[in-house]
Design a protein around this ligand. Sequence first.
Ligand code: ADP
Length: 270
Amino acid sequence: REPRLVVARAAQIDPGFVAVFVRDISEQERVQQMRQDFIQNTSHELKTPVGAISLLAEALEMAADDPDQVRRFSGRVSAEADRLGQLTGRIMNLSRLQATGEVIDVSTIAVDEVVIRAVEAHQITAAGAEVELVTGGERGHHVRGDARVLVEALSNLVSNAVAYSPAGSRVGIGVRVEDGIVEIAVTDQGIGITEDDQKRIFERFYRADQARSRHTGGTGLGLSIVKHAIQRHGGEVRLWSREGHGSTFTICLPAVDTEESASGKRHAKR
Ligand code: ADP
């Protein structure tokens, strides 16, 4: 008799509600799965440099009499420490950007400055990966915002573009203004992103399979940081990509009219 009662009750439930409910559960499961993946990936990422540092410390102790060895090992200790710092920095950035009521240190910022600082940060990595960084486009534009956060956001996009590009390819960083919106586009000729992945890569912890198998040491946090940062500035991030051909991530922010950008416009028209 019990089952019949259940059927009778179920029949009264709006099917739309059931559908939403089912979707909610699978959404929860998906988020739960992503969290688990993240914890697993992060612990793995953290364990690797920590393990290396403790091994290197032992090696240093044993090689104390050999200055060459000491130099070599201590160089590696600081490289591993840098990796640790980067990872914890990213995690902290994310929680800072997502915390409500975060105070942003706002001023009028030269876009050229943001581009220079973000590109500078990757010059060495790009050279190592044999990827050429090229900047171009319009100059003299301004936006309102937190310079440090904007540099961090653009820097994340450049870092990804380099990481997911083959040797010998180019990463372009270009600026233009369209209908009062400053567009800072980062274009690569890398592996590209499938249409399915394009819908999800801005989610926290999400990494495309292809990227994971490339062992780039990523966490899947970068793009969600970028998205939050830009949204907090009243802007948005657009993505265009074709698998196997490359991607363009564009940061769009409201342009601010200043004397300099106005004269830049006059200059451009001439
Ligand atoms: P991470 O790079 O640490 O994995 P991100 O949040 O920055 O995390 O990126 C999420 C995923 O988006 C990456 O794992 C990768 O699959 C994909 N992705 C991001 N940028 C690019 C790019 N320029 N080209 C191809 N895939 C990219």
